[in-house]
Design a protein around this ligand. Structure first.
Ligand code: HEC
Ligand code: HEC
Length: 405
């Protein structure tokens, strides 16, 4: 009974809170590798790491207690490429600086800023995980990359400075002594957790992988007019992130008076991102969504099971929230741009004479999915394999999926 009430709450929230942004692709479970990345997050997002990774602007002096520094940054924000660029920094950040034994002058320093694309600032758990995974080539299952990543964290000098918590400023620096807070765990503990994410979590950032495919056919031929469309969307899901390859071909033809007509021929192949959300009834305990799971926003929702279509009447199927073994899958696609090759015949004069013009313009196409509610296979709850067919206006839409975690 309790779950029925929860389900109702969620569906009415779906309607009411249409604009909440949906960040997390699916409820976390014990099988979610993101849970193994989560204990690393307090370090990556800690000031000792994040201040170097995007947090300070040394050129303008913004958020830099040392003020503006005259240093040449590359276009990507980094201090390329050797240990000389940062000599100016070593006046204050003197840790690890190399000095000429005779003159005592600084000849090099490791203290430098990474590229902007290595920024750790403002990233939530999932975004941080994806960024660390992709920036270090950990998504190919390549063990050599994993090892390189691990040894970087284990032996990098700058990371060592961060764990000391002194901002690379020793007691000998004119700015020293500095006492800043080190990250909330030791480097050793951090490395153990990194190891668990790599070995038990396969360096992944989400649980689901597999495929979803959608076939749309429209075949309206009536009174000399035609509206025909064949579209195929092939979605690949990896780590809960989804991308789609889309092909769509079709045409419309409408007949006017005498020799008047217009024909549009549509063509498109392209790739787009997909927003995929999986919600499991069993995770929705106590009347609330689990932590980190936001209320999904479903545009163009064809109908809300149990409650009738979003903007009309009828066609309601049974709500799946009633059972603890139900799940909801929400798929939203981006818009793709294709071409519309058109030809138009218009009549003018008396007696009418037809002129034919043709051209090409942009054609926008956005696959429509909406919300699916299905039952888990109790013998195989980590394998979602099902399909769904529906009619939306003139379109026959079939969606089939095969996802595992
Ligand atoms: C003094 C600045 C500085 C500090 C402090 C620092 N880093 Fe870095 N970090 C860098 C630079 C520079 C790179 C090299 C980027 C490149 O390859 O171009 C880097 C690269 C990395 C990379 C690989 C690239 C990526 O985006 O994943 C990781 C992981 C990393 N650092 C983690 C950390 C962690 C964790 C801490 C804190 C414990 C930390 N860093 C503290 C400067 C710093
Ligand atoms: C005039 C001295 C001075 C110079 C030169 C200087 N800094 Fe700093 N920097 C500081 C001080 C002071 C702090 C804050 C220390 C504190 O809070 O006690 C700081 C903090 C930072 C931090 C934050 C580190 C952390 O762990 O929070 C970064 C990153 C940084 N500086 C980068 C640079 C870079 C890169 C350069 C060279 C381009 C540079 N600084 C040059 C004085 C300096």
């Amino acid at each position: 009974m309790r779950l029925v009430r929860i389900g109702v709450g969620l569906v009415s929230l779906l309607l009411a809170v249409g604009s909440i942004s949906a960040g997390v692709a699916g409820a976390q479970s014990a099988k979610d590798p993101l849970e193994l990345f989560a204990p690393l997050y307090p370090v990556f997002s800690d000031d000792r790491c994040a201040n170097c990774h995007g947090g300070v602007n040394v050129v303008t002096g913004e958020d830099h207690p040392g003020g503006p520094v005259n240093v040449k940054l590359q276009n990507d924000g980094s201090m390329c490429c050797d240990n000389k660029v940062g000599i100016v920094c070593a006046t204050c950040h003197d840790e690890g600086a190399e000095t000429d034994p005779e003159t005592g002058a600084v000849t090099g320093t490791p203290w430098k800023l990474p590229q902007q694309r290595h920024s750790f600032v403002g990233k939530d758990l999932k975004a941080m995980c994806v960024s660390v995974r992709d920036n270090n080539g950990l998504n190919q299952g390549d063990k050599a990359q994993w090892n390189a990543f691990f040894s970087h964290l284990e032996s990098d000098e700058l990371i060592g400075f961060a764990f000391e918590g002194k901002r690379g400023i020793t007691d000998k620096s004119p700015e020293g002594p500095v006492s800043a807070e080190p990250p909330p765990m030791s480097r050793e503990e951090f490395l153990q957790k990194v190891d668990a994410w790599l070995r038990q979590g396969d360096a992944r950032c989400g649980p689901w992988k597999g495929t979803i495919s959608q076939t749309t056919t429209r075949n309206v031929i009536a009174g000399g007019n035609e509206d025909v469309l064949d579209a195929q969307v092939d979605i690949t899901v990896e780590d809960g992130d989804a991308k789609a390859h889309v092909t769509a071909n079709g045409h419309t033809y409408s007949k006017g008076q005498a020799c008047e007509y217009r024909r549009d021929t549509f063509n498109l192949t392209g790739d787009t991102t997909i927003d995929l959300q999986l919600l499991f009834n069993s995770d929705m305990t106590g009347g609330f969504l689990p932590p980190g799971v936001s209320i999904p926003n479903v545009p163009n929702m064809p109908n809300i099971p149990g409650f009738g279509p979003a903007g009309g009447a009828g066609n309601a199927s049974a709500a799946d929230f009633e059972s603890n073994t139900g799940y909801s899958m929400i798929i939203k696609s981006g818009t793709l741009k294709g071409t519309d090759a058109w030809e138009e015949s218009t009549a003018s004069g008396d007696p009418p004479k037809c002129t034919v013009k043709s051209g090409s313009s942009d054609w926008q196409y956005q696959p429509t999915f909406g919300l699916f509610q299905k039952q888990l296979d109790p013998n195989d709850p980590d394998h979602l394999k099902d399909s769904d067919s529906s009619s939306q206006g003139p379109d026959e839409i079939r969606v089939a999926w095969d996802l595992t975690r």
